[in-house]
Design a protein around this ligand. Structure first.
Ligand SMILES: [Zn+2]
Length: 256
């Protein structure tokens, strides 16, 4: 297993990469989004050099607010195009996966259409990503509006789509981790970790909300998943992020 962090999109991505490497993290979950981490704001050569010198890996991440399921087709196309624009950068940085976020529709529209529009957008991206050697992985939101069946319906749009589990989102969305892993474990490509109290996506340090972390890590390890974990702990003081990393490593080690 490898542990990483997401860059704060308000900061310089190269500075964030240096910090991650200097503090013993294995990869940067590189979110390409404003206000300060749009593609033209990132020095690709410098970031590539930092990764090569330190061994820091890159996981691809894109903005959570793109309108993949807008009822307006041109908006959906714009969302797809904006993610496709990141592929060259991610491929250059030797990423293998790029995340996208499923989104809701205005309430007037049928839920089935919302699921279909999400799926169609992500299927297009799976096709566009393939020549770059990248896989698209779909992250579920911190909401009870998407059931596990809904997530499966969206992923059924293209067999190349991977699943991106966010344990904090699952807690807010009342998804049972055992059921999620049973249904989607074989397609799981990446995991986000942060704590909350079950009401909103608070991005707390692990152990300060109401998630049973030793149980979560045990279930993940027992499922056979042994890949990348991003700590999405957004405390201003990053000591809490590093403490969370220590705890994840200890919980992981404690499981046979
Ligand atoms: Zn997440």
């Amino acid at each position: 297993m490898r542990i990483g962090m997401m860059n704060d999109p308000r900061k310089n991505a190269c500075d964030e990469a240096r910090w991650a490497a200097a503090n013993g993290l294995d990869f940067l979950d590189l979110t390409i989004e404003g206000p300060a981490a749009e593609p033209d704001q990132i020095d690709q050569n410098e970031l590539g050099a930092i990764c090569a010198a330190t061994g820091l890996g890159i996981v691809g991440h894109t903005a959570w607010y793109l309108p993949f399921a807008s009822p307006v087709a041109a908006m959906r196309q714009a969302a797809v195009a904006s993610v496709a624009e990141t592929f060259e950068l991610f491929a250059q940085l030797k990423a293998r996966v790029v995340n996208v976020h499923m989104v809701s529709c205005p309430h007037l529209f049928r839920h089935a259409d919302c699921l279909r529009w999400n799926g169609e957008s992500f299927a297009q991206l799976a096709e566009l990503a393939a020549p770059y050697g990248l896989r698209i992985m779909v992250e579920h939101p911190p909401s009870t509006r998407f059931s596990l069946d809904d997530i499966c319906t969206i992923l059924a749009a293209d067999p190349r789509l991977g699943f991106h589990l966010d344990v904090g989102h699952a807690h807010v969305g009342r998804l049972k981790l055992g059921d999620v892993l049973e249904q989607l474990g074989p397609r799981l490509l990446h995991v986000h970790l942060s704590d909350n109290r079950g009401q909103s996506d608070d991005h707390l340090p692990l152990g300060t909300g109401t998630i049973n972390w030793s149980q979560v890590i045990r279930r993940l390890k027992q499922s056979g998943y042994d890949d990348t974990f991003t700590l999405e702990v957004f405390s201003a003081d990053r000591d809490y992020l590093l403490l969370s990393a220590q705890k994840v490593r200890a919980w992981w080690q404690a499981e046979a």
